[in-house]
Design a protein. Sequence first.
Length: 276
Amino acid sequence: MLQIRASQVFTHSIEDAVAAKKALDADEPFNEVVQKYSTCPSKQQEGDLGWMPEEAALSLMGEKITKDETNKIIGPVHSEYGYHILMITEVKIENLNDPQVDIAVISPEELHNRISAGGSNLQLLDMRESWEWDIAHIEKSQLITRENSESILSSLEKDKEIILIDWKQDRSPSFVKWLLEQGFSYAKCLEGGIDAWSDKIDPSLARYEIDEDDGYRYEDIFEEGAEENRLSGGNFGRAGLDERGHPDEEDDGGEFQRNAAQGCHNSSDGIPTGAL
């Protein structure tokens, strides 16, 4: 499978797109054209969109890329978002069956650039708990829980990229491995999770902390009697947390931590332990 890295000039103006292409045809450096004409946030990284699987590149660029097409310039390509001029910067072959292949990640900056470029080939799955989702989540991401996992997974398209979002990228790698085993070839973790996204991309999203002592995996651990609150969509009633989902300073969380030390859920549906 090919992985393709590209940079882009993006603009809403057809006039600017034509001017940018003329500048590139006149051998003006791509990074300078980006700075002059692009309105995409990727401009801060000289237009870099990061790595994407070949199907995602095909969807964005409108043509298939081969391994020998580094530095190829494509466009202007018109999408529902505007006009794109793309340059292939790197192409590599990745064997997903190789057990030595590292779990793929996408940085917050790369994901932001991909979303800003259209992101039509991205499927964003948030694997945190509902109370965490209520605190902060990325627009257009889907919350996947034990209750809806079957319907969510059945709706995923195997030829589109899946980006897994957790708190601090602590349990998404195991789920990526499981998805790869199920034939979803294009799964990645959001590097640093929602915490890094809030820190680097969207400071308006609240950040929060979770007590990870004794291997805490923020599973469905509730005080006795709080299950009804969880099923009704409430975020509260969790031992050791206040009404904001933050650790309660007046509660040492003893029972909470003792339960948490037991580790992850047992899986009854083939989904890896600790994934949901």
